[in-house]
Design a binder for this molecule. Structure first.
Ligand code: ZN
Length: 241
């Protein structure tokens, strides 16, 4: 079985569509790590598409923000402005659906969680080597997929070796090792490559591939500006930061 693992779509319909086209024929299913909404101008369309396509998904901090489960004071001013706009744009049915999402899920050997398997509702960022190795002790599957930082990479732990690679592209899953893999962001990459990012997890081949997909950034930016969302949110799509 092969799965596309998507995270941090953030209302960017152009990026989401491009990723779903890219993974067509390459995967048997779609998994999603949350943050469907926030920042981008198409939250409802992204929810509809993920609801239709994802067989398993978990909530991100932006789902918690837009449904009132996390105080907007937690967010920076750009995120807060986008969440207020998103909450006003979505209907009750969409908000109720988002509120029903769980914080973690499990599929075979893998844990799915938006931020960190350690205290998922604390929305901690796994950024440094130490962050990742600490979080490896917080789940009991061999593999955990995370998003949240919008920066792809992995941490692995074997009997006598530890490894970490930011921006990894191909990850061979060795027997006896455990892994945290950050799949990057579909809708708002922040590693200076503006293309949409997602992972393909091939369970049979024991392999995770991070893929980058070009999409219509101009259109996504135009919609953000037209919606009256902060201009910064449009500009950062262009720079991938
Ligand atoms: Zn995010």
């Amino acid at each position: 079985m092969r799965y596309a693992v998507l995270s941090d779509i953030h209302g960017n319909l152009e990026a989401l569509r491009a990723v779903l086209v890219d993974c067509r024929g390459r995967v048997d299913g779609v998994l999603c790590l949350g943050d469907l909404v926030g920042y981008g101008a198409d939250p409802a369309a992204c929810i509809e598409l993920i609801a239709e396509r994802a067989q398993l998904l978990v909530a991100g901090n932006h789902e918690y923000g837009v449904t009132g489960q996390l105080s907007l004071a937690w967010f920076n001013p750009y995120a807060r402005a986008a969440l207020e706009w998103t909450a006003a744009t979505l209907g009750d049915d969409h908000r109720a659906w988002l509120r029903g999402l769980s914080l973690t899920a499990r599929l075979g050997d893998a844990t799915l969680v938006h931020a960190s398997p350690r205290r998922p509702a604390a929305w901690e960022y796994i950024l440094t080597a130490a962050d990742g190795f600490a979080a490896l002790g917080a789940f009991d599957t061999r593999l955990a997929f995370v998003g949240h930082s919008h920066q792809p990479g992995y941490w692995s732990l074997g009997a006598d070796e530890r490894a970490r690679a930011a921006g990894a592209v191909e990850i061979g899953l060795q027997r006896g090792h455990r892994y945290i893999v950050n799949v990057g962001s579909v809708g708002q990459p922040r590693d200076r490559d503006p293309r949409a990012t997602y992972a393909i997890w091939d369970r049979t081949a024991r392999r995770v591939s991070i893929r980058r997909v070009a999409y219509d950034i101009t259109e996504a930016r135009r919609k953000i500006v037209t919606a009256g969302l902060p201009r910064f949110l449009a500009d950062r799509l262009q720079s991938g930061t």
